[in-house]
Ligand binder design. Structure first.
Ligand code: CMC
Length: 428
């Protein structure tokens, strides 16, 4: 019997099956041969929430959740956060290698060249109600962008594909900034490529005609590091959506509209917004023990804690804590930070959290930083979506080039009624 196999015995039939193991995984389709009767459908794997199902082979992002390791294309997140820039990381995620100096210059120039959006898209953004959630505007704008760039459906052509990457990475900060300006009732600021990626974004959000206006370089750098940390996280909910929609052959704008919608949920990209709301609700450090009791009695969740993959301290949360110090030197400290620090200490020493391996995740401190930088809470998921666009595009590109992939189409275990005769309404 080969070493790299597993033998399953079906006790219903006493038949044994030798299934090959590759990368510590068995192929789900190999279960299909396990049947009681010849005309049975065959065995399937049941895995709600895909907790233990690999649906792709990927070379982009590696996570070891038990050890708290995160690497993009083999490079540790700590080194990238310290030495790289978001646009360089985006290149690395998409193309697998760090760019040369010339490649990086061209890459940055092309993306920053594509920051202007069509005036009709600006008008579309201005039609939203004054209090529209900026994520709703971002999701809608992504869907609309396909109509401005219809050739994007021909992404098999490499030049067409590359242009959509420039456009998506270049235009999304503009859409986000315009959504914000609409929200605060101010005219939009058109992009200024000379200010760099996050510098331009902060400028578009902030500029009010001040003479000699300069973006604070510490804040632009902090945002750039936060963008690096959020750029990819392998097969999370929104990335899986990007791949699933992409598997139908649709253009990248439509696929990304779906991915962004998945990120909007409070259990995913909406968590940093929920953390700030939670800290506000707690109000002061003396209310923490009472709040922890409510968490333990399952009345509420401790937002910013716990992760599907990390069963250790999220490495991104560690880096964010350092960035927070730099930001607070510019903005002044935030009272929510004291509550967060004490909440973390209490939770990390409480049996409930220790037993379940619940540690702070990326969202626990990012919200406080964003708030200190002056972002309203409903911009937080947008600040997650902008850098994650690089990850979504990388994962989508990997997916469409993967010959083993097919249209995403899971199976179900059907437990409903069968073969009933329709009952006319007056006989029910
Ligand atoms: N507060 C209190 N209890 C929790 C929490 C929490 N934040 N997270 C998990 N638990 C408990 C849960 O009740 C369960 O307990 P029991 O075994 O007694 O039923 C146990 O821990 C395992 O939880 P789970 O729901 O099976 O874990 P999951 O992998 O399905 O959920 C999660 C992961 C992130 C959805 C969850 O931890 C959560 O809701 N956290 C709060 C929201 C949050 O911070 N989300 C941001 C995630 S990081 C951003 C990203 O990468 O997208």
């Amino acid at each position: 019997m080969a070493d790299n196999t597993v033998t399953l015995t079906d006790n219903r039939t006493d038949r044994s099956y030798e299934l090959p193991i590759e990368h510590d995984t068995i192929t789900a389709m190999n279960l299909r041969q396990i049947k009681v009767n010849d005309d049975d459908f065959g065995m399937m794997a049941y895995d709600p929430g895909y907790k233990n199902t690999a649906s792709v082979k990927s070379t982009i992002t590696y996570i070891d959740g038990d050890k708290g390791i995160l690497e993009y294309r083999g490079y540790p997140i700590e080194q990238l956060a310290e030495q790289s820039t978001f646009l360089e990381v985006a290149y690395l995620l998409l193309y697998g290698e760090l760019p040369t100096a010339d490649e990086l210059t061209k890459w940055e120039e092309r993306i920053l060249h594509h920051t202007y959006i069509h005036e009709s898209l600006t008008q579309l953004i201005s039609t939203f109600r004054y209090d529209a959630h900026p994520m709703s505007i971002l999701i809608s704008s992504l869907a609309a962008m396909r109509s401005f760039h219809p050739e994007s459906i021909n992404y098999e052509d490499e030049a067409v594909l590359t242009k959509q990457i420039y456009r998506l990475l270049g235009k999304l900060p503009t859409v986000a900034a315009f959504a914000y300006r609409h929200r605060i009732g101010r005219p939009v600021n058109y992009p200024d490529a000379t200010r760099g990626y996050t510098g331009n974004f902060l400028y578009m959000l902030d500029y009010m005609g001040e003479q000699g206006y300069e973006v604070n370089p510490v804040l632009a750098h902090a945002l750039d590091v936060l963008f690096i940390l959020h750029a990819d996280h392998e097969q999370n909910a929104s990335t899986s959506v990007m791949r699933a929609i992409g598997s139908t052959g649709v253009d990248p704008y439509s696929a990304m509209a779906g991915a962004a919608a998945a990120l909007f949920g409070p259990a995913h990209g909406g968590a940093n917004e929920a953390v700030v709301r939670m800290l506000n609700e707690i109000g002061s450090t003396e209310h923490i023990p009472q709040f922890i009791e409510r968490v333990k009695s399952r009345e509420v969740r401790l937002m910013g804690f716990g992760h599907r993959v990390y069963k250790n301290y999220d490495p991104r949360a560690r880096i964010i804590k350092q960035i927070a110090d730099q930001v607070f030197e510019v903005t002044g400290t935030n009272p929510l930070l004291d509550i967060a620090l004490e909440l973390e200490q209490i939770a990390l020493n409480d049996e409930y959290f220790i037993e379940r391996k619940l540690y702070p995740n990326v969202d626990f401190y990012s919200g406080i930083i964003y708030k200190s930088m002056g972002f309203p809470v409903d911009m937080f998921p947008v600040l997650f979506a902008l850098p994650r666009a690089a990850g979504w595009l990388s994962q989508w590109m990997e997916h469409i080039n993967d010959k083993e992939q097919a249209i995403a189409r899971p199976r179900q275990i059907f437990l409903g009624e069968r073969e009933r005769d329709y009952v006319p309404i007056d006989e029910r």
